[in-house]
Design a binder for this molecule. Structure first.
Ligand SMILES: [Zn+2]
Length: 301
C-alpha cells in the first residue's frame, strides 16, 4: 500500500483492485487519522458526504506523498481583487504530476464585499451604537470605546430602531486581499486532492460555495446581495440556526460572533464553507470546555 504509482506511470487502466485499495486507504485515513470538524465537516441537510477541509486535504497529501504547488493569477478591478489558483500535486517519490485543481476567490463575494452595517448615533453621527446591557438599564448606548459620545437612548427610540443593520459595502477591501489569496489556494488544494485521489467518492467539495462565487455578479450597493439559494428552504433555515444556537449555548459563546464574522444575519445565509468552518470552531470550543471541566473534576478532592 505504501508505494502508490501515479496513473501516468501505469500501462493501461487501473485494476478494480487498485481502485478499491485507494478508496480503502482514504477511508482508513478518514476513520483512523482524521477528526470530524478538523479535517472534514458534516453539514446537515447536504447529503451524506462530508466536506473535505484544508487540514484533511493536507492529510491526504501526506498519505499519498503529494507536494502541492500553486500558480496564482491576480486580477484587479478597481479596489476589488479576484484570485484564481491552480494547484498541481506532485508525487514526491517519482517527481511526476499527480493531478491538479482550480479554485478562485474574490472580494466580490458577499462576505468580503460587505460588512455588517452599524447604527449611527443621532447625536454625534458615530457608528458606535450598541445595545445596553440589561443590568445597566438596557436601551442603546453610543459606546465611547467605539468612538461614540456616550449618549443613551431608550429601547424603543425610533431614531435608533428604524436604522437598518443590513450589510453595507466594505470600504477596506485591501484588508481582505490576503484572506482571498489563502482562500483561493485552499479551494484549489481541496479540488486537486479530490480530483487526483479517489477522495471524491468519500468527500465533497463545497459545491454550493463554488456556485456562489461564479454566480455572484458585481452587486450594486443598493441591491440586496444574492443570498445563499438554499436559504429559501425553511426547514434548512430552522435547522441551521437552531443547530448553531444549541451548539453555541453548549460552548458558552454567542452565535452573533460567528454571524458577524461571516457578515450574515442568520446561519442559513452562510455559505456551506463558512458554516462548516463555523460548526467546526464551535465544536472545538465545546471540546476544550469539556476537557477543562474534566480536568477540574479530576483535580477536585
Ligand atoms: Zn453619539
Amino acid at each position: 500500500m505504501s508505494d502508490i504509482v501515479p496513473y501516468e506511470q501505469r500501462i493501461g487502466a487501473l485494476t478494480v483492485h487498485d481502485v478499491r485499495a485507494q478508496v480503502n486507504l482514504i477511508q482508513q485515513v478518514m476513520h483512523e487519522v482524521m477528526q470530524k470538524d478538523q479535517h472534514y465537516g458534516v453539514i446537515p441537510g447536504t447529503g451524506n458526504k462530508p466536506s473535505l477541509l484544508k487540514a484533511g486535504a493536507e492529510k491526504l497529501c501526506l498519505t499519498f506523498r503529494l507536494d502541492p504547488q500553486y500558480e496564482v493569477e491576480q486580477e484587479r478591478d478597481g479596489s476589488h481583487l479576484t484570485v484564481t489558483s491552480k494547484c498541481t500535486l506532485w508525487h514526491i517519490p517519482s517527481g511526476q504530476r499527480f493531478g491538479s485543481g482550480m479554485g478562485s476567490c474574490s472580494t466580490h463575494e458577499s462576505k468580503y464585499a460587505y460588512r455588517q452595517g452599524s447604527r449611527k448615533c443621532p447625536n454625534c453621527g458615530s457608528e458606535a451604537i450598541i445595545k445596553g446591557r440589561d443590568e445597566y438599564g438596557g436601551g442603546w448606548i453610543c459606546f465611547a470605546k467605539k468612538g461614540g459620545c456616550g449618549a443613551k437612548f431608550l429601547e424603543k427610540d425610533e431614531a435608533i430602531t428604524s436604522q437598518s443593520t443590513s450589510r453595507v459595502p466594505n470600504e477596506d477591501l485591501a484588508d481582505q486581499y490576503n484572506t482571498v489569496l489563502k482562500m483561493a489556494n485552499k479551494r484549489s488544494l481541496v479540488a486537486a486532492v479530490l480530483n487526483a485521489t479517489a477522495a471524491s467518492d468519500i468527500f465533497t467539495q463545497d459545491i454550493e460555495d463554488m456556485v456562489e462565487v461564479q454566480a455572484e455578479p458585481q452587486v450594486t450597493p443598493k441591491e440586496k446581495p444574492a443570498k445563499n439559494p438554499e436559504a429559501a428552504d425553511p426547514l434548512r433555515t430552522i435547522s441551521r440556526d437552531a443547530e448553531l444556537e444549541t451548539l453555541c449555548k453548549q460552548a458558552g459563546i454567542s452565535p452573533k460572533f460567528y454571524l458577524n464574522r461571516a457578515k450574515v444575519d442568520t446561519a442559513s445565509a452562510m455559505s456551506d464553507e463558512d458554516y462548516t468552518e463555523c460548526l467546526a470552531a464551535v465544536r472545538r470550543k465545546i471540546k476544550t470546555k469539556q476537557e477543562i471541566a474534566q480536568e477540574l473534576a479530576q483535580g477536585a478532592p
